[in-house]
Design a protein around this ligand. Structure first.
Ligand SMILES: Nc1ncnc2c1ncn2[C@@H]1O[C@H](COP(=O)(O)OP(=O)(O)OP(=O)(O)O)[C@@H](O)[C@H]1O
Ligand SMILES: [Mg+2]
Length: 419
């Protein structure tokens, strides 16, 4: 993983983003005298900080529940000194992080080596404070926790629609990118495409957005320090108004995704968008399963071929055994042709489910869109675009009235030079 930027003082006054009625509770772990004294002075001068206790040893037993560790309730912030024993401090951070999801972890240390900072972040710390810890440094870090707490309280509004191929090459990325661009332009909906491929995702390429710095799994690894500012550095913007968080390019280090981290990341994203479309790799990896549990609907994209239909049946059986409700699944038949060797009613009988949507077969147009990096401009009058507009309406989008605020020159009409 590329090291994430360590944030300097955020823009604007930290107090602006630090408004919360409940005091923020803080627990220290193995802090040296100087840091503990600085923390006490800080708490005395900032009434919204409530210093709860100071643990004198690193507790690293995984079996210990957060309440055994912290008493009646988990703190908002736990500040761990990494200088006494870096290994034990990292383990303690991991254990707390795994059991007390809502507690923000701050590392304090006198060593600014990038490797140490990355290790602390990987253990779940959202801040790395350098000694001697100053008031301004603490205020900024605590303000970010307050801001994140406030952001978490915003209502989740986005519909999350996941798309997965019954097998590779069924057209998932083509559909997701075209549909996303239509939601953003023709329907003026705030829309995000997330490419959930563990590597070699194509969504960025299909949208012609090949310059980006970070990918989705880096966002997930940093979910604890996620706020609007950090999210901004992950987004690639398409001219239709669509946002994209791309997949890794494939030369990344192996990743260890904490259970629940994908769901937590989507909870944050849901407060910011109307629609989130997820381009998933085929298969039932742990990441895919977590996504399927967390989405509003899983769209299994298939084609009228025996191998794809057989896989669709296997997927539904497996997911039903995993107690995912059947109503969540929808079947999308891509490359649909009226005179197909396998008739639609035979497909429905085989998969035991109605076909939710059929997308016509129009290879030349889809390939043109992919090659042009613009999924809607060259397709404006095509059957596929007309069909996907109807699909977007079926998914709940109302056509744009033209009065919504939108970026100049974007949108389907804009692309056609008619806006
Ligand atoms: N409606 C369609 N009509 C004709 N061709 C299509 C249609 N949709 C997709 N295709 C073609 O199918 C091929 C595969 O599409 P795409 O890359 O979107 O599939 P995918 O499911 O994302 O594949 P992967 O499993 O590799 O991620 C592309 O060449 C694309 O042009
Ligand atoms: Mg794809």
């Amino acid at each position: 993983m590329k090291p994430m930027p360590i944030r300097e003082t955020p823009n604007g006054s930290p107090r602006e983003s630090f408004s919360t009625s409940e005091p923020i509770s803080v627990v220290g772990v193995c802090l040296d005298d100087e840091t503990w004294t600085a923390l006490k002075q800080f708490a005395e001068s900032a009434p919204l900080i409530q210093l709860r206790s100071h643990l004198s040893d690193y507790r690293v037993q995984e079996s210990e529940s957060p309440l055994d560790l912290f008493g009646t309730s988990v703190p908002d912030i736990c500040i761990i000194d990494f200088d006494r024993d870096r290994r034990k401090a990292g383990l303690a951070a991991e254990v707390i992080h795994a059991s007390a999801h809502d507690t923000a972890l701050f590392a304090v240390s006198s060593d600014p080596q990038p490797d140490f900072i990355i290790q602390a972040m990987r253990s779940g710390c959202s801040e790395y404070l350098l000694k001697p810890v100053g008031r301004e440094q603490l205020l900024n870090a605590v303000a970010r926790v307050g801001g994140r707490r406030r952001e978490r309280l915003q209502p989740n509004k986005a519909q999350v629609y996941a798309f997965m191929g019954a097998k590779g090459g069924c057209g998932v990325t083509s559909l997701v990118t075209q549909l996303g661009a239509l939601f953003a332009s023709s329907f003026s909906k705030k829309t995000l495409v997330v490419d959930l491929h563990p590597d070699f995702g194509d969504a960025a390429l299909y949208l012609g957005l090949t310059r980006y710095r970070y990918h989705f799994f880096e966002l997930v690894e940093n979910t604890d320090r996620l706020d609007a500012e950090l999210l901004g550095s992950f987004l690639a913007h398409h001219s239709s108004g669509l946002d994209l968080i791309p997949a890794p390019e494939g030369n990344d280090m192996p990743r260890r995704i904490q259970p629940g981290a994908i769901a937590q990341t989507f909870d944050f994203l849901k407060a910011r968008y109307d629609y989130i479309l997820v381009d998933m790799a085929p298969g039932l990896s742990d990441e895919n399963l977590e996504m399927i549990r967390h989405c509003d609907h899983l769209h299994v994209v298939t084609v009228a071929e025996v191998s794809a239909l057989r896989n669709a049946v296997r997927h539904f059986d497996y997911l039903t055994r995993k107690e995912i409700p059947r109503e969540r699944f929808r079947v999308i038949l891509n490359r649909h042709q009226k005179r197909s060797l396998i008739a639609d009613n035979e497909i429905e009988k085989t998969i035991g489910q109605r076909i939710f949507w059929k997308v016509p077969n129009q290879y030349a147009h889809v390939v043109k869109a992919i090659n042009g990096g613009d999924p809607i401009a060259s397709l404006s009058s095509s059957d596929v675009t007309k069909n996907l507009k109807e699909f977007a309406s079926t998914l709940g989008a109302k056509p744009s009235t033209g009065t919504e605020k939108r970026k100049e020159g974007t949108g389907l009409l804009g692309l056609l030079g008619r806006s």
